[in-house]
Design a protein around this ligand. Sequence first.
Ligand SMILES: *[C@@H]1O[C@H](CO)[C@@H](O)[C@H](O)[C@H]1NC(C)=O
Ligand SMILES: *[C@@H]1O[C@H](CO)[C@@H](O)[C@H](O)[C@H]1NC(C)=O
Ligand SMILES: *[C@@H]1O[C@H](CO)[C@@H](O)[C@H](O)[C@H]1NC(C)=O
Ligand SMILES: *[C@@H]1O[C@H](CO)[C@@H](O)[C@H](O)[C@H]1NC(C)=O
Ligand SMILES: *[C@@H]1O[C@H](CO)[C@@H](O)[C@H](O)[C@H]1NC(C)=O
Ligand SMILES: *[C@@H]1O[C@H](CO)[C@@H](O)[C@H](O)[C@H]1NC(C)=O
Length: 401
Amino acid sequence: MPPVCALFVLLCSCCLNQGSCHMYERLRELNTEFAVKLYQTLVEIENRTNLVVSPSSVASSLGLMQFGARGNTFTQIENTLGYNVYDETVHNFMKAMHGELTNSSQETTIRLACALFIQKGTPLSAQFTDAAALWANSSLQLTNFTQYNRTTTQISQWITKNTGGGIQTLVPCGLFRPGFTQIALVSTMYFRSRWKTKFSFTDTQTLPFISMDGSVVKVPMMHQTADVNYGQFETTSLEKFTVVELPYLGNSVSMFVVRPTDRNTPLSSIESNLSSKSISLWTSSMKRIKMDVFLPRFKLQSHSDLRMVLPVLGVSDLFDPSKADFKGISEHSNLYIAQAIHKAEIEVAEGGTRASGVTAMVLLKRSRMPVFKADRPFLFFLRQASSGSVLFIGRVTNPLH
Ligand SMILES: *[C@@H]1O[C@H](CO)[C@@H](O)[C@H](O)[C@H]1NC(C)=O
Ligand SMILES: *[C@@H]1O[C@H](CO)[C@@H](O)[C@H](O)[C@H]1NC(C)=O
Ligand SMILES: *[C@@H]1O[C@H](CO)[C@@H](O)[C@H](O)[C@H]1NC(C)=O
Ligand SMILES: *[C@@H]1O[C@H](CO)[C@@H](O)[C@H](O)[C@H]1NC(C)=O
Ligand SMILES: *[C@@H]1O[C@H](CO)[C@@H](O)[C@H](O)[C@H]1NC(C)=O
Ligand SMILES: *[C@@H]1O[C@H](CO)[C@@H](O)[C@H](O)[C@H]1NC(C)=O
């Protein structure tokens, strides 16, 4: 090959790579934007104390719906996610993200799944079932919606199988509308892993935590002395807050714990200032220091009814039998989404696996190291470093609830 041609090929492949680099950067940003909006919406409408949601899981299920949506239903999903699932770069990006999640050590359990429960007998487009089979651990389940009890049992069994088990999920019955075919959209996320630096069981003590309403509760507070990424930031109204990064084993996922620095600053002032810009600023401008970290042990699971949340984010037509357009799933049926359930579950403990031993009370030696103590309501998020995906975002206002 003459040198000119070789150079041309080289340049072209550079451009291509750079192009997808920019696109990846943009996708990271879009994912984070979606995560922040989702969290802020939940905080506003659900008014719960503790809260956890998996933006990656909800986005994956919306992506799946996008394959089957047409017209305005498609546009609403595209506008909310910021991307089009038919785009090859998007596909590769998602594939890389899921590949890395699945390729974790034995000590990590990540279950990100989404399912569409569709009325038995609905003629499905082969193109859609093919796309669904390749998309983000999704599956299509057939059910008979006229048999409410069997359907709800089937859905809640699927949820239990794909999360950590435990409490059975109550599936609300959708209203069957004659002439329309129902879909139930379910997305789940379960996470359990080991910290890169373990908290020692013997260091866990019962310490006070000032909950959202000002009352003091005694909680098991874990402790470790470690080199962590640490940063102090300010909201636009000059309220200070502190961020600490605690990596999980393997370094691909970290938990960021965000807490107002000042006792009198409410968590809500940070929540309202959260944005993808602030998150990317924090994650890129923290400093490594050795410090004493105190974090309560907690376990959260939240169910969210996405029928309340998604319309606030701009996705509403898919819930409306007269507006939903899922001709991409089935050409000859009037499909709409009657139920949209999301369940997220996370457990935060000393080593990742809960030992059944009695924890010893120890008095910590006084040290002169800086201290990060999550003894008041805090925000947390789990982020996959390579994709910037927010696997979880939530808040703890009372670790005992
Ligand atoms: C949220 O909950 C608090 C306490 O439970 C209550 O006082 C407040 O009115 C609620 N706000 C909304 C918007 O429901
Ligand atoms: C899985 O992880 C190992 C070790 O980190 C790495 O060498 C391997 O390339 C990864 N495989 C995939 C498919 O990402
Ligand atoms: C996908 O699902 C399979 C089986 O349910 C599970 O083993 C795997 O961990 C899941 N992958 C992710 C990334 O959640
Ligand atoms: C769904 O259930 C109803 C009531 O039990 C039954 O009449 C109908 O044949 C079932 N449909 C399918 C496709 O199995
Ligand atoms: C369905 O469940 C409800 C409430 O659990 C129960 O009262 C009803 O008898 C059940 N119906 C059938 C057909 O099993
Ligand atoms: C940050 O929060 C403060 C107090 O809640 C608010 O006044 C300000 O407008 C917020 N700034 C942004 C950029 O959201």
